[in-house]
Design a protein around this ligand. Structure first.
Ligand SMILES: Cc1ncc(COP(=O)(O)O)c(C=O)c1O
Length: 376
């Protein structure tokens, strides 16, 4: 019998109709930003309850532009979780401000809002939290922000398709919201991102910040009043995005079904600490904690054994404050025990919309066999 195909931990789902659409866009010769970018932004705005949305080349630059929109720079502090991807803290640093890390909730892995409140100083200008294993607690987050006059930049890189408990989509309420359309995310534009903003003035500012700071003068010439970047999405990517937006709800429903299959198979004997089953969550990843204290193998060895069985495993995320850049700013091991435990023990098991229930069963069986074979 031939070995089963390699099962990656994440994979985009791009159908033949979308590929044909991309070919049409390329043949049209209008391949940089054009009508598909406008159509994609309209679809995103419709999804976000009519709020203005501008596409960009990644969630990372969406957060950079968001920080610039807020006028955040040297001397300012931004509160952000230590248990997230490096992008948010890096962009805070890049605009010259200081990331102030706080720990996360052990179950949802979202920013611990009590610790966030305690970290506010006169220099705090914004909170930059990540929607991780559940939508953020919107009411508490925004109550805290408005009590202190802070902006909020939601890192919703993982969360397109997530809904709050009242059914409102992540992105449809709040301050600034950054989405990612990297191939590992719930929908993809190859690389890409978007920023949801408050009004037309902010949207115009994003347009300038993503394209050299240029605006047109009445005589048809161009002027620049801010050192903008070059972060506009191509029409080829946007055409993929338009097709993916039409499939978002189906992709998310499928992710939910597969996640619940993992939870069902492990309902009696969870092999690991399982993620919470939160209504409305869009399940970008199925992240568990390994019981390393009961094993004779390291996490790296576990990942290698899974790979040997043809199953990919991801790690999301390292402890951000312990990266060299942030250690050099004075952050130390021991400051955020929940983050540091997750960083040591977490693995993301395969989850993407094109997976089957049989794939889930294969992963569960492989994990259970490895843990049983290497129990202390
Ligand atoms: C939580 C989080 N934020 C931001 C990003 C960055 O997204 P992008 O690759 O679109 O810049 C990622 C990417 O993995 C992420 O996981």
């Amino acid at each position: 019998m031939s070995a089963p195909a390699f099962l990656p931990f994440a994979r985009p789902v791009i159908d033949e109709a979308t590929i044909a659409r991309v070919a049409d866009v390329i043949r049209s010769n209008w391949i940089a930003s054009g009508p598909n970018v406008l159509a994609f932004e309209q679809a995103l705005s419709d999804y976000c309850g009519g709020r203005p949305v501008r596409s960009l080349t990644s969630a990372t630059v969406a957060m950079e532009v968001a920080l610039q929109l807020c006028g955040i720079g040297p001397g300012d502090e931004v509160i952000t979780p230590a248990q997230t991807f490096f992008a948010g803290a890096n962009m805070i640093t890049k605009v010259g401000a200081r990331p102030v890390f706080v720990d996360c909730d052990p179950v949802t892995r979202n920013l611990d809002l009590e610790q966030a409140a305690a970290a506010i100083t006169p220099a705090t200008r914004a909170i930059l939290p990540t929607h991780f294993l559940a939508p953020l607690d919107h009411a508490r987050l925004y109550a805290l922000a408005s009590a202190h006059g802070l902006r909020v930049i939601e890192d919703a890189a993982l969360a397109i398709g997530s809904r709050y408990p009242d059914g409102v989509a992540v992105g449809a309420r709040g301050d600034l919201v950054a989405f990612s359309f990297h191939p590992n995310k719930n929908i993809t534009t190859i690389e890409g991102g978007a920023l949801v903003v408050g009004d037309a003035r902010e949207a115009a500012r994003v347009e300038a910040l993503r394209f050299h700071g240029i605006h047109r003068l009445p005589d048809g010439t161009r002027d620049v009043d801010v050192a903008g970047g070059k972060y506009n999405l191509s029409d080829v990517s946007a055409a993929i995005g338009v097709a993916q937006m039409a499939q978002l709800e189906g992709f998310v429903a499928r992710r939910r079904m597969l996640a619940r299959e993992y939870l069902r198979l492990w309902s009696a004997e969870p092999a690991c600490v399982l993620p919470p089953d939160v209504e409305g969550h869009s399940w970008n990843m199925f992240a568990v904690l390994l019981p390393l204290e009961r094993l004779t193998i390291t996490r790296q060895e576990f990942v290698g054994l899974m790979q040997a069985q043809g199953i990919g495993v991801g790690i999301s995320y390292e402890a951000c404050h312990l990266a060299t850049l942030y250690r050099n700013q004075g952050w130390r091991a021991g400051q955020f025990p929940v983050t540091e435990r997750i960083a040591r023990e977490t693995v993301s098991l395969p989850l993407f919309a094109a997976m089957t229930e049989a794939d889930v069963a294969r992963v569960c069986a492989a994990v259970a066999a490895i843990l049983a074979a290497h129990a202390k």
